[in-house]
Design a binder for this molecule. Structure first.
Ligand code: PXG
Length: 444
């Protein structure tokens, strides 16, 4: 790994960059700079090799610095660096859309491109509302999210999200109500899908009764909540949610920004859990995190509704889109990433490694302050007992101590989250949990 960048920045120079979702003061007092990446490892500015236990931010599951992706991108950079997203096209975007449609569950056949998970969600929400408008039911404007859900940071995604800290500073943005989250005390230390709580899906009946199906556009959930600490759906819960959405004519949106492309051991959580939504949101691993890209995939019923009712044949059917929708460089990155994903059978590899990961993460049970451990596929969270009134402090302390020992582990809320690259070896998993065992075991 080469260190091309200098970390010789002064403290004063750190303030120009207002870092996202970061304690800026804490970071800038004690910066953790990364200057290189390769495979499953980062290189820190002070020369340490650091295992990447979250695949970046859940996005680099196929490993860092894949030369196949670099080659594909670099070809585009010198042959087709940009094409307007509107009124003209380029073949790679159509190829990629077909590629995605070939991978998603049957019945999800039309792909709208954007540049992030947040935009994939915003696109899905606008698509849902416009769909009902075209169907002659313009009163269907309300959304149903779920407690502890995370759907990115734009206005709609912030509203349907259910992590209180992410919503509170902004007030009411979009008309939304929430299903209860599925984190139940009787399910602590469950391996995989928890046993209790299928009835929580029935709360949808209550919300429909209270607000009226004719006022609701869609229900949006992550198949499992990633950001809030790998909160899994109880057995039978997603099936029930699907049933109730169909019964009341509500669109069901799966936000698969984290769960998509292998994380659950199959292409999508929709495959793993056997439940097909009407709209699916994708991003992150679509390009292996190399170039920003998102996608919103819809059913023929939705697409055809726009085509059939979108006005005269020269008209724009869906007044929505981004300057960089289907950017050629992003498309090239995605096509190369999906080649790697399929050729190396990375979903199957995730499935094979998952039981080893499950045993390893549950091996931490009994250590000081470990309140819960949850896992599915190659995703897991360790929930730590809080300091009084300081839920986020202890995970941060653990995360920083792990960094010193060569492990990047994500801390968020009262949890540590893990989502190792699919190309990780058992030794990497052993290393991860040995470090966590040492650090958590040493907590006073
Ligand atoms: N939906 C889901 C389910 C996500 O997890 C987004 C939408 C938004 O994606 P963008 O690309 O706009 O960030 C996300 C993002 C974490 C973490 O540590 C998770 C995300 C982003 C950053 C950190 O859990 N998820």
């Amino acid at each position: 790994m080469d260190t091309d960048f200098s970390d010789g920045l002064t403290r004063a120079e750190l303030d120009a960059y207002w870092m996202p979702y970061t304690g800026n003061r804490a970071f800038k007092d004690s910066p953790r700079m990364i200057v290189g990446a390769d495979g499953c490892y980062y290189l820190s500015a002070d020369g340490k090799r650091i295992f990447d236990s979250l695949s970046g931010l859940w996005c680099c599951g196929f490993g860092h610095n894949r030369h196949e992706i670099a080659t594909a991108i670099s070809h585009l950079l010198t042959t087709l660096d940009y094409v307007p997203a509107f009124q003209v096209g380029h073949p790679l975007a159509f190829q990629l859309a077909n590629r995605i449609v070939g991978m998603t569950p049957a019945g999800l056949d039309h792909v709208f491109f954007c540049n992030s998970g947040s935009e994939a969600v915003e696109t899905a929400l606008k698509m849902a509302r416009a769909y009902w408008h075209l169907k002659g039911e313009p009163s269907r404007t309300k959304f149903i999210g779920r407690g502890k859900g995370y759907h990115g940071v734009n206005f709609g995604g912030t509203s349907v999200g259910g992590v209180e800290a992410n919503r509170k500073p902004y007030g009411e943005l979009v008309d939304t109500v929430h299903l209860p989250h599925t984190l139940l005390p009787e399910n602590v230390f469950s391996r995989g899908l928890p046993e209790h709580g299928v009835e929580l899906a029935d709360e949808l009946e209550e919300l429909v009764a209270a607000h009226g199906a004719k006022n609701i556009a869609a229900v949006i959930v992550e198949p499992f909540s990633g950001s809030a600490g790998v909160i899994l759906p109880p057995q039978g819960y997603l099936e029930r949610l699907r049933e109730l959405c169909t019964k009341h004519g509500l669109l069901l949106i799966f936000d698969e920004v984290i769960t998509g492309f292998g994380r659950t051991g199959q292409n999508f959580a929709a495959d793993t859990f056997g439940v097909t939504p009407d709209i699916m949101c994708l991003a992150k691993a679509l390009t292996n995190g190399v170039v920003p890209m998102g996608a919103t995939v819809a059913t023929p019923e939705i697409y055809e509704t726009f085509m059939a009712n979108g006005g005269p044949d020269y008209a724009v059917e869906f007044p929505h889109g981004y300057t960089y929708s289907g950017h050629p460089v992003a498309c090239a990155a995605a096509l190369a990433a999906l080649d790697i994903f399929e050729q190396e059978k990375l979903a199957a590899r995730c499935h094979e490694l998952a039981p080893y990961f499950e045993d390893a993460i549950h091996g931490l049970k009994g250590l000081p302050y470990v309140a819960d451990i949850r896992n599915f596929g190659l995703a897991g969270a360790i929930q730590l007992e809080s300091y009084p009134d300081e839920p986020t402090r202890r995970p941060g302390e653990v995360g920083k101590a792990c960094w010193e020992k060569g492990l990047y582990v994500r801390y968020a809320g009262d949890c540590l989250a893990l989502a190792p690259p699919f190309i990780a070896e058992k030794e990497d998993i052993d290393f991860t949990f040995n470090v966590l065992n040492d650090v958590i075991g040493a907590l006073a």
